[in-house]
Every structure is written in structure tokens, then in C-alpha cells.
Design a protein around this ligand. Structure first.
Ligand code: XMP
Ligand code: MG
Length: 191
């Protein structure tokens, strides 16, 4: 009886179920906030006066984008794009076309806002498509990065937290569309 009570409590606080899988707490909201703060501090110095256009890559980066923007103290604009083909818990390796860009980015400093950079291939594809609109420069801010599996040629200038190569959800990231609303980040429990 006592044992089962304890496990119910811990399930409630530290682990969650999304669809058929169990995830455990990995990065709490206060640590997330500190990492966003660190990026904002750097941007407030490095992007001051550049009037950049932030391009947020939906859906995953919506929470990071919102938290980050509130901490910036310089003129900037924002646009949202989609470029996604990731389903389930492993990348398909296929990427779709960039859709939704309605900002004129010609001769502007563009800052791509990503939720997570894994292999880096999605990011490379995004950058290649944005370059066709001739911005003056493109920088990248990714809240999370998995350095172990990164094999792109373009590393993000701004990274919030580096994580191991495990599947994570929360703070915008999903497992088949569940989990995006979680304020903390959770990691898939190995079966
Ligand atoms: P690549 O490998 O192209 O992948 O850098 C980047 C995209 O893959 C998704 N991704 C994840 N989504 N948990 C998720 O919910 C993860 O651990 C994860 N790793 C990669 C994500 O859409 C990202 O933009
Ligand atoms: Mg996803």
C-alpha cells in the first residue's frame, strides 16, 4: 500500500504519459528561463541597432520565441514560417518547403529561431531557402541542440542548452502533437 502510494505521487510529479509513452522531467522551467535569459543578454548587445527580423520556425519554437522576444530591448520585427516533416520519435530525413514567409528580408539581418537542432539538416535546408531572398546576414538561435548527432555545416550562434541524443518533449516540442504546452522539458524513458 505504502509503495504504491509513493509511486503514484512520483508519477504525478516527475513523469508523464503522452500517447503510449512515458517521459520523465529533464529540464525544469526555471533552468529554461535562465537559458533564455542568457541568450537575450547576448542578443541585447550583439544585435542592438541592427533592427533584425526574427524568423520563428513553427510549431516547435513558439514558446521559446515568445519568452525570448519579451526579454529583448531593441527594435526588431518577427515572422513565422513552417518547414516540418518530423513525425514520431525519429527524424525521417525528409524536409518540406518553407511556407509562410511574409516579411521582406532582403538586406536585413535575419535571426532564425529554432526549438532544437538535431542533425542540423533541417536548419541547413531552412537557411538555404532563406538565402534565396538575399538577407544581409543570417544568424541562428536554437533553444536546444544535440551536439552528438550534429552533422551540419552551420552551427547556431545562440544555443540555450545542449542535450544528449534522447527524445525530448515540452516547451513547444511534441510527441505526435502532444506535450507542446508543457512548461518543463521531459525526456523519453527507455523501455
Ligand atoms: P534535424 O535532425 O534536421 O532535426 O536537425 C530538427 C527537427 O527535428 C525535430 N526534433 C525533435 N522533436 N524532440 C522533438 O519533439 C526531439 O528530441 C527532437 N529532435 C529533433 C524538431 O522538429 C526539429 O526542428
Ligand atoms: Mg515534432
Amino acid at each position: 500500500m505504502e509503495l504504491s502510494l509513493r509511486s503514484i505521487k512520483s508519477t504525478h510529479m516527475n513523469t508523464i504519459r503522452l500517447h503510449d509513452k512515458i517521459f520523465e522531467l529533464f529540464i525544469p522551467a526555471d533552468k529554461i528561463n535562465q537559458a533564455v535569459e542568457n541568450i537575450a543578454l547576448r542578443m541585447n548587445t550583439e544585435l542592438q541597432g541592427k533592427n533584425p527580423v526574427f524568423i520563428s520556425v513553427l510549431k516547435g519554437s513558439f514558446m521559446f520565441t515568445s519568452d525570448l522576444m519579451k526579454k529583448l530591448n531593441f527594435d526588431c520585427s518577427i515572422g513565422f514560417i513552417r518547414l516540418s516533416s518530423y513525425t514520431g520519435t525519429s527524424s525521417t530525413g525528409h524536409v518540406k518547403k518553407l511556407i509562410g514567409l511574409d516579411e521582406d528580408i532582403k538586406d536585413r539581418t535575419v535571426v532564425v529561431i529554432e526549438d532544437i537542432v538535431d542533425t542540423g539538416l533541417t536548419l541547413e535546408h531552412t537557411i538555404r531557402q532563406l538565402e534565396e531572398f538575399h538577407p544581409s546576414e543570417i544568424r541562428v538561435a536554437s533553444f536546444l541542440m544535440k551536439p552528438e548527432v550534429f552533422r551540419g555545416s552551420r552551427k547556431p550562434e545562440y544555443v540555450g542548452i545542449e542535450v544528449a541524443n534522447r527524445f525530448i518533449v515540452g516547451y513547444g516540442l511534441d510527441y505526435n502533437e502532444l506535450g507542446r504546452n508543457l512548461p518543463d522539458i521531459y525526456v523519453l524513458v527507455d523501455e
